[in-house]
Design a protein around this ligand. Sequence first.
Ligand code: 3H9
Length: 718
Amino acid sequence: MSLSCRSEAENDRLVITVHQDGVAVILVNNPPVNALSAGVPEGIAGAIETADADPSVRAIVLMGGGRTFIAGADIKQLEELAWGQGPGAPNLHELLLRIEDCAKPVVMAIHGAALGGGLELAMAGHYRIAVRDAQVGQPEVNLGIIPGAEGTQRLPRLAGIEKAIEMCVSGKPLKAAEALAAGILDSVVEGDLRTGALAFARRIAEGGGPHRKTRERAAQLKVQATLEEALAAGRELSLKTKKNLVAPLRAIQAIGAAGSMSFEHGYIRERQLFQECVASDQCRALIHAFFAERGVTKVPGIGKDTPVLPLTRVAIVGAGTMGGGIAMACANSGLTVLLKESRQEALDAGMAAIRRNYDASVKRGRFTEELVAERMARIRPQLDYAGFETAEVVIEAVFENMELKKHVFRELTALVDPDCVLASNTSTLNIDELASVTRRPENVVGLHFFTPANVMRLLEIVRGRAAAMETVSAALALAKRLSKVGVVVGNCPGFVGNRMMFPYMFETQFLVEEGATPEQVDGALTRFGMAMGMFEVDDLAGIDVACRVRQELGLFSEPSMRKPLIQDRLYEMGRLGQKTGKGWYSYGTDRKPVPDPEVLNLIRTVAREAGIEQREFSDEEIVERSLYGLINEGARILEEGYAFRAADIDVIYVNGYGFAAWRGGPMFYAGAVGLKKIYKRICEFQRELGERWKPAPLLRRLAEEGKSFRDYDAEHSA
Ligand code: 3H9
């Protein structure tokens, strides 16, 4: 085995064996998730060897200590490998063969999750049992790699080629009952896992064997039609659901090898494909996205000892689109929600919209009627503030207007509990100004949810000047409870996400004024990997909203600045986007954007009147003009301290603005292009297009030092 960096004493602690009535129970002990870090595979190998040689042992059970079985290879180690550092990928081949060849039956007993290398290890056992809420899966594609410890060879031998393709392409885990039906598990245990595992192991030992080796179960390599057809269907699934990702296609190739080669040749093919993926840009970006998402919870000043309020009851003011969506997110997470409106019609309309949303989920088979009834019952519509005094968090979600919001905050501060967190779901307004009208500004925080709030994962947590760490900590706890990614940001106009979007949005508008079409710009952006083009986004969010925000923030108050010319004209024409069926595009009942000659004529006429020269643009230039301004603004935000880390900005863009995770987010992407190149291009744009392209000092400094934003984060977390 290639991983021998730890001493034997450490290995002993990572893997512990206890004996119980002739069964050796091997416990993996590598918190928090029992990753297969250096020392763990060696520890397991030693424990298996010892148990196999011990005449008093009749069977072996392998379990995870703590909250889970094994969450796979150590992703930190894979990250090093992806960057060409560290000792290389663990090679579990000998360990897995040793387990399979063990003369005593090896029972893998699963709770929590058996993911990636965890499931691969489990599949080398002779038997697998799990508790009902356990999950098993091969999520490697989410990290830009394929299973690298024979998962693509053993999984099809247990579950068949088609199921293996489905699991390795989607990366989604199966619940225990599904895994049992698929042939991955042999039994689902009710009650205590260890007791069940011991009973199972004794029964198997008494049966005397032989104990099946997964690698020899070639009969299970079944396909409904031909292997080639199964692989072709897999590729189609991959192109449809994992567009632009290379790893799922490689996983299908490896599974194809399981169907067409011996196990011995198949695992070698898998290893080659794994090595190819782990050295890719996509792998580096996706691993960055994985750790960045976990990193956002680490907020300077908030330690493990910062008290966190218990959360059971949330109150919301405003039952419009945002308030209703937030109420659904809370109810979906088991929280009781008081939902207040000022007028009965508005309240009824809000509740009807919630009902319609849930009904649509039932129609799509996502929720049952009973589940919806349970969730609806958690939302209490009301016209007054009754019960607000018992809420731990109150979220104001009224119309985006400072005076109206101040009025609500004045009312709230007089009646809520002194410890209650007062949150505003503003997307643009100054949190400090709002906090100033309350009795306890330290309890005030911004919670910028994204539409639809019950679906979108991102939550910008806006920390005002006076906000106490307990308040921020409570907001992070709420985000976690709602299964959202809460990112703490500072209080600047537009906060982080929207502030960066302004230069991006306006530059795309300048591009169409200069000769590109909205369709061409959006096409270049989606081909780059954005979930939607900027013009589609503008139509979805509402052109009226963009115009209002632009005015409120006084974005073009400086007379020398170039102003975008078309958006206001569309607004005046009542082309407000999807909601009016027309915006930058026209929309039919299918809500698909269709280029509209009226808009194209308008753009050309306005450009001609303004004397703007027309020319053609390549995809590359469109992407540079659109995204480099966004990156430049990100650098400013970072330097001004409105984001703690560049990686936080990436999390915001990946989870809230449709930036491809396989690009890592804008700041990571900038590093992949090279800050030197980006800085140089921005300087060229500044000369050609004016001062809006002034490079951020931090970008300049990092470019000159040959560093990336990743280096910046590493230096600042040290
Ligand atoms: C693989 O196995 C390749 C193989 O084919 C073989 C190759 C040879 N490694 O998410 P949480 C950390 S690829 C290292 O907040 P939860 C995580 O960073 C792997 N660290 O908890 C965090 O650290 P911190 C395939 C890991 O309860 C802490 O654990 N496996 C790993 O919400 C808690 O994580 C996967 O892709 C790891 N494998 O969710 C599974 N996993 O506290 C990835 C977690 O410092 N993991 N950490 O921020 C998960 O999906 C979730 O962590 C899990 C728990 C569902 C397990």
